[in-house]
Design a protein around this ligand. Structure first.
Ligand SMILES: *[C@@H]1O[C@H](CO)[C@@H](O)[C@H](O)[C@H]1NC(C)=O
Ligand SMILES: *[C@@H]1O[C@H](CO)[C@@H](O)[C@H](O)[C@H]1NC(C)=O
Length: 545
């Protein structure tokens, strides 16, 4: 492929067009900051109180594809006065290189620059021959050795006992607390990533269960949030959408990929939206058990209609084929219709998000029940717990023998209806005793926090896809002929970059997606879309000429 001419896609050109002025503005703002330190009095003399109020801390500039709202320093004033300063005025300020304004925006500009730098690194690793690539190889011994080593290390170094008390009852927080969910994500994510890195085909079925676990958590977490907080505001909703899709959209643009290559993102987005709708519609009546029962029934019914009735899935999704379609460019792979991938992936976990919601609904009840259980007299408690553990273990064993061990095609057919079994067994065992409930491994919890970034990053800076829409069939090789050293080096860089991406997504989110100001949110969306369209238009013309 070396001889091929590098042809840029429209998206890539549009990105370059958009990012260049932002990078320039960032460089200028750094210069201003530097000057401010050299001659503190000079800049301050430009500054008066009227100005300060005018710049209520926000500005919009143009970013790659989206408009970007910059909340500079004074965050408090955003909600009260934010809308007063129109997005347009702030854009103007940016383009006129208003010094004070640039200084205020500097942290956001810097975050954008760093983000662009990381995307550039993605491109270098994945689409150029700067680094080599090597073949995946699987060795069960090495695989388990590495995983267990990580478990032991984190056990010795990062085991945390949480002694939080819930304010209301004064009792220890029991059920499904955040550390545990994150730790759980970490357990699964490490195996999931290693499965890709070592091409551990024999773990296929386990990986399906892990992904079901994530989707279960999407249902569980989002249900709890909306049910308890009752916060259906658009701001919060779009913040969540930003978290799920910001990085992936830019990866698609820069690397000229389809959204469906990263199928985890559309899947979680879909199920998050479905939970939002399920709880948001008539949310005043959520307290009534009848209403909730009807809502659960409607969720099941919707899923049955869309996924189980032949032809319905194509009918519903075909208008979105350009977004949800995916065709593997690998010529050795059997050609499938474009929507096949989406149908397959979303179909595997079509029910488990509802199961997650149901668990979340009964969560307070189970929590009370667990508290009561722990107050029981010793012998009775031991008896009950033994019964619970035995039942869980037996159910888990039966599932393992009769379902997990099936070959992958047969297993996939049963997966949507059975994935809740191992999940329930895990939850049950993980929470059976107070000490188990109250401790977690923070190394795994940390890894669990950045799952989205590690998921997306693996394609490009740990593994390699090589071509647009390619599956990551190779490993990124920086140190040829030293597979383990290479593994260590690429893994460290990869984790570091993932962590930065996690932080940058958050920084930019608080800058561009105001949580409590819908008017500004819609202004930003509008300006962002216009800028994106303009950039695409210009890029399109440039390529044609
Ligand atoms: C149960 O286990 C799951 C998995 O770790 C965890 O998310 C949850 O916090 C635990 N708590 C209980 C008592 O369910
Ligand atoms: C809702 O689900 C998405 C996808 O898993 C997740 O990123 C988000 O944090 C969840 N929201 C809440 C409030 O738990």
């Amino acid at each position: 492929m070396e001889g091929e001419k590098v042809a840029l896609s429209v998206g890539q050109v549009a990105f370059l067009l958009g990012i260049t002025p932002v990078l320039a503005a960032w460089a200028y703002s750094e210069l201003l900051e530097y000057r401010k330190h050299l001659y503190p009095s000079k800049v301050h003399s430009d500054l008066n109180l009227v100005d300060l109020r005018g710049y209520s801390g926000q500005a919009v500039t143009k970013d790659e594809e989206k408009s970007v709202l910059l909340e500079g320093g004074i965050l408090e004033s955003v909600n009260s006065k934010g809308s007063a300063v129109s997005v347009k005025a702030q854009l103007l300020k940016l383009f006129s290189l208003d010094e004070l304004f640039l200084l205020e925006c500097r942290p956001t500009l810097r975050a954008i620059a760093e983000f662009a730098g990381i995307l550039f690194y993605f491109y270098l690793c994945d689409r150029t021959t700067l680094f080599g690539e090597s073949k995946k190889s699987y060795n069960r011994d090495l695989f388990l050795f590495l995983y267990l080593l990580l478990v032991i290390v984190s056990w010795w170094t990062s085991l945390k006992k949480h002694v939080e008390k819930s304010v209301a009852s004064g009792k220890s927080i029991l059920y499904l607390n955040r550390h545990q969910t994150e730790e759980w994500k970490g357990w699964m994510q490490v195996l999931f990533l290693m499965y890709h890195y070592f091409a551990a085909a024999e773990m296929y079925n386990a990986i399906r269960v892990f992904i079901a676990g994530y989707v279960w958590m999407t249902g569980f977490g989002n249900f709890s949030y909306y049910y308890v907080r009752k916060d259906f505001s658009l701001g919060r909703f779009f913040q969540m959408m930003w978290r799920l899709n910001f990085l992936v959209i830019f990866c698609c643009i820069i690397l000229n990929n389809n959204y469906m290559l990263y199928y985890i993102c559309p899947m979680h987005t879909l199920f998050t939206v479905m939970v939002y709708c399920a709880l948001g519609v008539f949310h005043k009546y959520n307290e009534l058990p009848v209403v909730m029962a009807i809502k659960f029934a409607i969720c099941f019914f919707t899923v049955i209609i869309i996924w189980e009735v032949p032809g319905m899935f194509e009918l519903v999704w075909s208008p979105l084929t350009s977004i949800m379609g995916y065709v593997d460019p690998n010529p050795n792979k059997e050609k499938k219709p474009p929507l096949f991938e989406w149908q397959f992936r979303s179909g595997l976990d079509r029910y488990v998000w509802i199961i997650g919601m149901i668990y979340a609904y009964f969560h307070p009840m189970v929590e009370k029940w667990l508290e009561r259980l722990d107050e029981l007299e010793y012998r009775l408690r031991a008896l009950l717990k033994t019964i619970i553990v035995t039942v869980a273990v037996v159910v888990g064993y039966l599932w393992y023998q009769h379902i997990y061990k099936l070959d992958k095609y047969t297993y996939n057919k049963l997966h949507p209806y059975t994935s809740w079994i191992p999940i329930s067994v895990y939850i049950c065992l993980r929470n059976i005793s107070q000490p188990l409930r109250n401790s977690s491994l923070s190394l795994f919890a940390w890894l669990g926090k950045i799952t989205l970034e590690t998921y997306i990053g693996q394609f490009h800076i740990w593994l390699r896809t090589g071509v647009p829409n390619g599956q990551p069939g190779h490993l990124l090789s920086v140190i040829p002929n030293y597979p383990l050293l290479n593994f260590m080096l690429t893994s460290s860089l990869y984790l570091l970059v993932s962590l930065r991406l996690f932080e940058l997504t958050g920084t930019l989110k608080s800058s561009f997606v105001p949580s409590k100001d819908n008017k500004r949110l819609s202004q930003i969306a509008l300006v962002g879309l216009s800028i994106a369209c303009a950039l695409y238009g210009v890029a399109f013309l440039l390529i044609k000429l």
